[in-house]
Design a protein around this ligand. Structure first.
Ligand code: NDP
Ligand code: 2IT
Length: 458
């Protein structure tokens, strides 16, 4: 079963966790993400302790291959010079070119970039596609900026980033605050600087210039394919379940679309201000209009739907977690669900959690869910459909060809089924039962270790 920190038996692991905290003492999110993985894979570490120690496997696995941090100066619409900080963390390239999104959000720090890049390494390993792990972004806040300001920021960001990326080197994509509009501006600037049409240098591109069908839908659809498999393995069906989804961005919208298609009833969605509740089931076309077209606030939903309610967040907990549901899909940001929220959800009878976001539950919340037999679809596995479809986009770009919507969707579905099977069988092999968090970490880890060992001490 899942190991608690107090119960760690491996001296090697204890030393590594000690070193992790000392070396990264100001990076709480990074420490959290690494601890979750290392503690849950202790059974594997115990089996190979001497060998891992000799080859410094864990020391190398938790140290990024490279971190790039840079100044991003740009001029706003009033003629004022603004300066942001940009990052790219190239964490582990043993399985392929570094691959992972870019996040533009004022909360971005080096710790957040490192936790996301670290998780990406394991996620990309689970896809079984040839991609290493990286992540990047900036503390730039896109909210309230004009289209020109977004463009000028993206161009300045790319002026530096272009030195470090390439279709065989590092391939960024979107994440929070970075969607098709931003990828377009980034791609245009890269093309201008390089004077070369290197389509596979970025993914999530528009369909007119090398993007893949289904990439927009992929993370949300993939999350529900994984959820369906996980529930099926436990003799539960998605149909007729009530669902709440935190967030109303790219991942949340397409998770909602697929959940509805599978016959579930989505009753609530949110943004960082609050949540809407619609007992009749969310009308997704209205959410798409508010969020994808107007970049508005979720509160506006109640102007369209009589009977729908809006609840503003308070400082203790996002309002959406007061709403009862069978399945909860946190699709907003990290650490959305802490231990006290987890207790409320368990009390309200939640059956399953599907992590559309990266690390949306604190480690204490995850332990509490598992102890209370709530099924958890871990982010590394369950939200891997986005990056997997990015890898399919790279593949199509290399072929100078494209697949139909149904072809890509079928490949995505098969990838998600395969990821679930890996989590299930690794959990089974190490006696972790339905702890798919441990299963995902173990399955992802084993492949990376093999590739790192084969490539020597680098
Ligand atoms: P978007 O920018 O499209 O949407 C983010 C949503 O989360 C918005 O509704 C936003 O609300 C809400 N939110 C609430 N609180 C916060 C907060 N503190 N910080 C940031 N956002 C917040 O992002 P995505 O949908 O692309 O990403 C959502 C999550 O899914 C992230 O954790 C991301 O890392 C993960 N993910 C994304 C993938 C992708 O392909 N895009 C792939 C795999 C994982 P508001 O508008 O009020 O800020
Ligand atoms: O967290 C993620 O997996 C993403 N933001 C998608 C990364 C990608 O390269 O498509």
């Amino acid at each position: 079963m899942i190991t608690c920190e107090k119960q760690i038996k491996s001296e090697y692991l204890k030393n590594i966790l000690d070193m992790l905290e000392k070396k990264n003492s100001h990076e709480a999110e990074f420490i959290q993400a690494v601890k979750e993985v290392l503690i849950s894979i202790e059974p594997v570490i115990l089996k190979h302790e001497e060998e891992y120690k000799k080859l410094a496997v864990l020391e190398r696995m938790i140290e990024p291959e490279r971190i790039i941090s840079f100044r991003v100066p740009w001029v706003d619409d009033n003629g004022n010079v603004q300066v942001n900080r940009g990052y790219r963390v190239q964490f582990n390239g043993s399985l392929g070119p570094y691959k992972g999104g870019l996040r533009f959000h004022p909360s971005v720090t080096q710790s957040i970039m490192k936790f996301l890049a670290f998780e990406q390494v394991f996620k990309n390993s689970l896809t079984c596609l040839p991609i290493g792990g990286g992540k990047g972004g900036s503390d730039f806040d896109p909210k309230g900026k004009s289209d020109f300001e977004i463009m000028k920021f993206c161009q300045s960001f790319m002026n530096e980033l272009q030195k470090h990326i390439g279709h065989d080197i590092d391939v960024p994509a979107g994440d929070i605050g970075v969607g098709a509009r931003e990828i377009g501006y980034l791609f245009g600037q890269y093309r201008k600087i390089k004077n070369s049409y290197e389509a596979g240098v970025l993914t999530g591109k528009g369909l007119e210039y090398g993007g893949s069908l289904v990439r927009k839908e992929a993370t949300g659809y993939g999350l529900m394919y994984f959820m369906r498999e996980m529930l099926k393995a436990n003799n539960i069906t998605v149909a007729d379940k009530t669902v709440t989804i935190s967030g109303s961005g790219n991942v949340a919208i397409y998770a909602c679309e697929k959940a509805q298609e599978m016959g579930a009833k989505v009753v609530a969605m949110s943004d960082s201000s609050g949540c809407i509740y619609d007992a009749e089931g969310i009308k997704l076309d209205i959410i798409k209009e508010i969020k994808e077209e107007r970049r508005g606030r979720i509160k506006e939903y109640i102007n369209y739907v009589a009977g729908a309610k809006y609840f503003e967040n308070n400082s203790n907990m996002p309002a959406i977690y007061n709403i009862k549901a069978d399945v909860i899909l946190p699709c907003a940001t990290q650490n959305d669900i802490n231990l006290s929220t987890a207790k409320i959800l368990v009390n309200n009878g939640v059956i399953a959690i599907g992590e559309g976001a990266n690390m949306p539950c604190t480690n204490e919340a995850v332990e509490y869910f598992i102890a209370n037999k709530v099924l958890i679809a871990p982010g590394k596995a369950a939200n891997a459909g986005g990056v997997a479809t990015s890898a399919l986009e790279m593949c199509q770009n290399s072929m100078r060809y494209f697949w139909s919507f149904n072809e890509v969707d079928k490949k995505l579905e098969n990838i998600m089924i395969n990821i679930f099977k890996q989590c299930e069988s690794a959990a089974d092999e190490y006696g972790c039962g339905c702890n798919y968090v441990a299963g995902a970490n173990i399955a992802g880890f084993r492949k990376i270790v093999k590739a790192m060992k084969a490539q020597g001490i680098i």
